[in-house]
Design a protein around this ligand. Structure first.
Ligand code: XBP
Ligand code: MG
Length: 232
């Protein structure tokens, strides 16, 4: 069957500039634990090459050997990350974030056209709910036929696992879906699952390599649903 059946959205960087909130939440969690670590924007840009918050903290400890890192075993890293997640949720619920231009309009247009909506992200289901509830309201989780999050895939992006998981749940062939991503890691994940991908670069990913993307646009407000269908 030909044609576009489903739009699969990434979350962080694509729906909103959430990476800045994640960064602040990481720093607040470090400070609360008495660690003198500080991830400034240039460092965070480097650390974003590793997807997943726990994985990112472990990478930072191994690569930069910050003071206090040697004492953090895996449960301690998990606890630190859980505290970061709690803080992130509070910041998002406090209204510290808004959706990027064109995101809500495209979702509404796609729903009106009977397309199925899905999410494929590396962050947790709880963080997805926090963002959607704060920006689109309590009903918004229900707009999506499938929400694939960090807990649903063994390997995080750039592995294609989360996109394959979402496609299987949607019972959708990759040729009938379009992925919307902001990063090279996300692009590689979607392309690895055989999905045509549109890129809207975000603040932290504008220098990424987007070769292999079907199209790159500054924002989703710069593209129509008809143009997206034509990319397949
Ligand atoms: C982006 C990520 C995430 C966030 C932090 O995910 O790599 O790790 O930076 O979230 P995506 P967690 O672009 O796929 O939405 O701390 O919950 O991992
Ligand atoms: Mg992203």
């Amino acid at each position: 069957m030909a044609g576009l059946h489903a739009l699969i959205f990434d979350v962080d960087g694509t729906l909103a500039e959430t990476e800045e909130i994640h960064r602040l939440a990481f720093n607040a969690a470090f400070e609360a634990r008495g660690l003198d670590w500080h991830w400034d924007p240039p460092l965070y840009k480097v650390l974003l090459s590793v997807t997943g918050g726990k994985e990112r903290i472990r990478f930072y400890i191994d690569r930069y050997q910050p003071r206090g890192g040697e004492a953090l075993d895996e449960p301690a890293v998990a606890q630190l990350h859980a505290d970061k997640t709690r803080r992130y949720g509070e910041m998002v619920a406090a209204g510290d974030v808004c959706l990027r231009p064109g995101v809500e309009a495209l979702m509404c247009e796609a729903k009106a056209a009977d397309l199925r909506l899905a999410i494929a992200t590396t962050t947790s289901l709880g963080n997805v709910a926090a963002l959607l509830n704060a920006t689109l309201g309590d009903e918004a989780m229900g707009w999506f036929d499938v929400i694939g999050a960090g807990e649903h895939a063994e390997r995080k992006k750039p592995a294609p696992d989360i996109y394959r998981w979402v496609l299987a749940k949607l019972q959708c062939d990759p040729s009938q879906a379009l992925a919307i991503e902001d990063s090279e890691n996300g692009l590689r994940a979607a392309r690895g699952a055989g999905i045509t991908t549109l890129i809207t670069p975000s603040r932290y990913t504008e220098d990424d390599d987007f070769s292999g993307a079907a199209r790159v646009v500054p924002n989703l407000a710069d593209v129509t649903l008809g143009e997206l269908e034509a990319l397949l």
